[in-house]
Design a protein around this ligand. Structure first.
Ligand SMILES: [Zn+2]
Length: 440
């Protein structure tokens, strides 16, 4: 890892994992029902205060102002003060995110509204709101109501790494959520976020660099390995999601806002998106797991994704043509990045990022930058050094250069490439399988 230290690449490599435990209704609903309903009351008070201020033409309430005002409310006193404050914070976060979406042209976003009284709101316990001892969580409610003790399953606080190291976790946040199956309340779920501290990563300097595109993921390693992971299922799911949104939007624009039909459509849209999002998430999990397992199997020390935030910003300002920005906005990059991060750490591979600057318009082999060498989406044909290769593999090769040397233009390819392996999602086996390179 010598070069990594030289370049000042210091990663914290802190691993946070959230583990879920099912809480059966018969035991836990009587315990958590009152605080969860109190949470809904606090939320609705936030909505009410904001609307009142608006109709009276007064200044919009502040987070601190509302926290102070609600302190004397009965619902506030059913929760630990941090849990009650968290509800107000979540409300303001929802207001901010709505404003952000509207600014970005999503006029149809509605500001957060009242929730039905019987909604069981997710309750959050922050550091001071709970204690943890010998596999048991002590969740504090208000001073008067005391605390609730919840036993955790065996081994909740430990994680065994591939090299046999056992990490001991410290809980940093606890949530209790209601789980619904259709309209029926199925149970409660305890989500505990564990901080497993710094993961000892593999002491080596092998690097794998990825280029993530809609439907295809390219990988180049510092050993010259090249992989293409074809994932059209993910792409078509995302496209189908966009189509679903557009269709509902069109139907809703034809009826009166807030009308019965409009509300029915809104509900139907939410249900449809929920299902689709679940399938998209399953797919990104499968993909990031496959990536992490490839890295682990090859003893890769640094697994590098292109930093995609810059590209997305570019897409929004119109630097790229409309079609390209549509494509770019399609993949759930944040989801992929988060999953890649923790899945790599769990396998003692260090996740990292690099700028994607010029990676798709520069030749990996000779370092000539020329946009027109990208003959079409999938094909890179350099007229200078006569290299012909898959355009996405060219991109991941340049990401490798960007990561190792800070740039890719004018640099000869640092490693000899071994020729690509191609993987494709197999629906029946529910995993990625190797196929012949011609299939790509
Ligand atoms: Zn070239």
């Amino acid at each position: 890892m010598a070069w990594a230290e030289r370049k000042g690449k210091k990663r914290k490599n802190r691993l946070y994992l959230t583990r879920r435990t099912f809480l059966p209704l018969d035991v836990w609903l009587p315990v958590f029902e009152a605080p969860m309903l109190a949470g809904t009351k606090i939320w609705n008070s936030c909505v009410w205060e904001s609307r009142e201020a608006r109709t009276r033409g007064e200044k919009y309430p502040t987070e601190a102002g509302l926290k102070k005002k609600f302190r004397s409310y009965a619902s506030w006193k059913q929760l630990h003060s941090q849990s009650a404050q968290a509800v107000v914070e979540e409300y303001f976060e929802a207001v901010r995110s709505c404003a952000r979406h509207r600014k970005n042209g999503h006029e149809e976003m509605r500001p957060p509204g009242f929730k039905p009284k019987d909604t069981l709101r997710t309750i959050t316990w922050k550091k001071q709101g709970f204690e943890y001892r010998d596999g048991r969580l002590l969740l504090k409610l208000s001073r008067k109501l005391g605390a609730v003790e919840v036993p955790l399953p065996e081994g909740s606080d430990t994680l065994t790494l591939p090299d046999g190291t056992v990490l001991k976790g410290v809980p940093v946040e606890v949530k209790v959520k209601a789980v619904h199956r259709g309209k029926r309340l199925a149970g409660l779920e305890l989500h505990v976020t564990w901080d497993f501290g710094t993961v000892p990563v593999i002491p080596a300097d092998k690097v794998s660099a990825y280029d993530i595109n809609a439907g295809i993921i390219a990988r180049t390693t510092s050993e010259g390995g090249q992989q293409l992971v074809v994932c059209r299922e993910l792409l078509s799911l995302v496209q189908y999601r966009n189509k679903t949104i557009a269709e509902f939007q069109q139907k809703m624009s034809r009826c009166k806002e807030g009308s019965r039909r409009w509300k029915a459509l809104l509900n139907a849209k939410r249900e449809a998106l929920k299902k689709l999002d679940r399938r998209i998430k399953q797919m990104t999990h499968a993909l990031t797991k496959f990536m992490a397992e490839l890295d682990r199997a090859e003893d890769v020390a640094f697994s590098v994704l292109g930093d995609l935030t810059g590209i997305r910003r570019k897409a929004r300002t119109g630097d790229k043509n409309k079609k390209a920005s549509q494509k770019i906005n399609q993949l759930p990059y944040d989801q992929i990045r988060r999953q890649h991060e923790y899945k790599s750490l769990m396998r003692q591979v260090c996740p990292d990022e690099t700028r994607e600057l010029h990676s798709s318009t520069t030749c990996y082999e000779c370092g000539t930058k020329n946009r027109s060498f990208r003959v079409r989406r999938g094909l890179w044909a350099c007229r200078k050094c006569k290299t012909v290769m898959h355009a996405d593999l060219n991109g991941s090769g340049n990401n490798l250069k960007n990561y190792l040397f800070g740039h890719c233009i004018g640099l000869k390819g640092p490693v000899r490439l071994k020729g690509p392996e191609v993987y494709r999602w197999d629906k029946r086996l529910n995993k990625f399988v190797k196929v012949s390179p011609r299939a790509a």
